[in-house]
Ligand binder design. Sequence first.
Ligand code: C2E
Ligand code: CA
Ligand code: CA
Ligand code: CA
Length: 278
Amino acid sequence: AKLMQRAGHLFFTRSMGVDIRERVRMMRALRTALDEKELFVVYQPQIDLVTRRPVGAEALLRWKTKDGTFIPPDRFIPIAEFSGLIIEIGEQVLRLACQELVRLQSLGFSEFTMSVNVSQVQFRHPRFLDMLREVLRETGVPAARIELEITESIAMEEPDVLIELLRQIKQTGVSIAIDDFGTGFSSLSYLQRLQADRLKIDRLFVTEITSSTRGSSIAEMVIQLGRNLGMSVVAEGVEDERQASILQALGCPLAQGYLFARPMTVDQLTSWLTDNGA
Ligand code: C2E
Ligand code: CA
Ligand code: CA
Ligand code: CA
């Protein structure tokens, strides 16, 4: 209940001026969507910038209503968080992503990895770790091939609690990525204490690299930071070849974006991987 209050508080501050009735309506619709299976998961490939081959994918949630309209995750995830539905939804996304990865492995994509977004509400849920262990066991997925993405904003709160939780997660064999890195203000020493495996450069900073001078871009600093701390780095939202070659020249190992592939269904992913040399 305390959790919900916190999330709720955040939610209402963010949505001030937005019609509450509209939010309530969406909350009900989301409950129905979950029951009626209007939610599904798409996968966006992650590419090794040197070999230009896919090495993994990020699972992204989609909501297509009965009348065929897509509601973007940026709109419905805050509502799922506020209503607590994210606990159930998030578990389903994780389980599905693990099942699909097991299937991809059986097709021969044995080195492939799967990244799954975890909301701060899920992360703070007391059963999160049990749920994770259960899903790993039930799906039989190799934990080393699963990565959880948490945003930098959550990474800044309650340092000791978070560090301990991350340590326990890593004990399961699952790795941790800090999503939207660069948008928050976590200190370097704190980042080091988190022992995350990977940093994801926010799309904002990828867009910026073509306009900024060498050495001045945030992307470049994050790549350096990753190298110094022994962390892998993924650039997100790479849309053109210029961005890709600058990132590659800067030593960024991995990238994700429309230049390479849009998020796609698992069937599309399977044939895409076959065609693109995974
Ligand atoms: P994110 O985790 O930062 O995901 C990256 C977003 O960038 C995705 O938007 C993806 O479709 C989009 N994207 C990828 N490449 C490009 C590109 O080249 N150009 C542009 N303009 N965009 C690109 P999407 O799928 O709409 O998801 C938005 C956000 O919703 C995600 O941001 C994430 O925070 C959240 N989200 C999505 N699925 C889940 C989920 O299963 N659980 C949780 N908790 N959050 C999710
Ligand atoms: Ca993400
Ligand atoms: Ca991101
Ligand atoms: Ca983002």
